[in-house]
Structure formats: C-alpha cells, structure tokens
Design a protein around this ligand. Structure first.
Ligand code: GRF
Length: 219
C-alpha cells in the first residue's frame, strides 16, 4: 500500500464572521482530506471568526492593518507569519483587504478566493443587490485563483442557484452562502490534492478530477 501524500499546510485569511472558514475547518477534519488548516489570520482584531477558529483548536491571530504605515509593510508582516507556520496554500475567506501585487505574485497558483457571484459577472462588492438589479435568473459563487486584478483570476469551481420571484439581497445571499459552504471545501480539496493546477493562466484538471465532475456544482 502506498503512503498517502502529506497534507498541504493551509492558512485561512478572514476579516469577519468566518462562516466559510468554519466549513473549511470542518471539512479538513476528515482523515482523507488533502489539506490541514494550521493557521487563521485576520486583518481585523474584532473579526468574530478569530474566536470561532480558536474554539475549533486552530491558532488564530490578528494582524491589524491599521498598525502599518502602508500595504507593503502589512503584507510583509503577513508573509512572516505564513513563513513561520510553513504555509503552502492561502485561502481567502471574506478577507476584505487588497493585497499588493508583489504579495499576490509571490503566491501565484497557491492562493484562492471565494466570490459571491458567478464570475466574471459582478466583480467587487454588493454582488447580490447587483444580481437582482440586473434581473439575472441564475446567481451563485465562484472559487478562483487570486491574481493582482480584483476577482479576475482563473476559475476553479462554481455553484449556481436560482433567483426566485420575491428575492431580496438577504434571501438571495442566504441561498448562495449555503453553496459557498459546499463549494469551497470541495475546491480546496481539488487543489490541495493536485486535481487542479494553474497552468498558463488557466486551471487544468486531472482526468480523475474531471471525471468526478469536481469543477462544477450545478444545482
Ligand atoms: C462570503 O460571501 C464570501 O463569498 C465573500 O465574503 C463573504 C464572507 O463570509 N468573499 P464569511 O466571513 O465566510 O461568513
């Protein structure tokens, strides 16, 4: 019997409540999950997710961006924490701080984000309001590799939900977040298990991952 590949060491970066973080921590408890969550960092000391991570037994620290004179020095402090913990993959989960191009480029192919829309539609904020305003009948969420341009990185996985008559931003976001909590752990497993890799600006899937239909969750 071959020994299983070592689990990838993952840091989750948050700024808020951390519900996606919790779903990742829970998924990573499975013995055969290919990643382990070893660190949670927040740029906001008051992020509720920090206590939720600690309650789950994960080391969690705040690096308050307000304590740094510029983005480059904040990112250097982030990098130092990631290096000290031997991090191999960064997962952004509601992390509301723009990272410098230099930091993003240093982590090319090793940093992912979840965005609450079917990209490339509705980059940026207030995605649910804008989806309703545009009258789309399908909405959803996207996991993508992070590139310097905001919400523009190669797409790893998407989940779609219907937009129903009478929806407002709250009902729609509640429907989307349920899918975020399914999609993100599945996408991280795909990447940490080498089922998906970034290859020349596109995401390439192994045959096995493609056969498993892992790239798309259609609902
Ligand atoms: C999610 O909707 C995510 O897609 C977006 O920010 C929100 C974070 O929520 N990037 P949570 O902190 O994971 O609960």
């Amino acid at each position: 019997m071959s020994t299983p590949a070592p689990k990838k060491r993952v840091a989750i970066l948050i700024s808020g409540r951390g519900s996606n973080m919790v779903s990742l921590i829970e998924a990573a408890r499975a013995p055969d999950y290919p990643a382990e969550i070893v660190l949670v960092l927040s740029n906001r000391p008051d992020a509720a997710g920090l206590d939720r991570a600690r309650a789950a037994g994960i080391p969690a620290r705040a690096i308050d961006h307000k304590a740094f004179p510029d983005r480059a020095r904040f990112d250097a402090a982030l990098q130092a924490e990631l290096d000290a913990a031997g991090i191999e993959l960064i997962v952004l989960a509601g992390f509301m701080r723009i990272l410098t191009d230099a930091f993003v480029e240093a982590w090319t192919g090793r940093m992912i984000n979840i965005h609450p829309s079917l990209l490339p539609l509705f980059k940026g904020t207030h995605t649910h309001e804008r989806a309703l305003g545009a009258g789309v009948r399908l909405h959803g969420c996207t996991v993508h590799y992070v590139v310097p341009e905001l919400d523009a990185g190669p797409i790893v996985a998407q989940a779609a939900v219907p937009v129903l008559p009478g929806d407002d931003a709250d009902t729609l976001s509640a429907r989307v977040i349920v899918q975020e909590h399914r999609l993100y752990p599945a996408a991280l497993a795909l990447i940490a298990g080498d089922g998906a890799v970034l290859d020349g600006g596109r995401v390439r899937f192994t045959e096995q991952a493609r056969d498993a239909g892992a790239a798309i969750l259609s609902l």
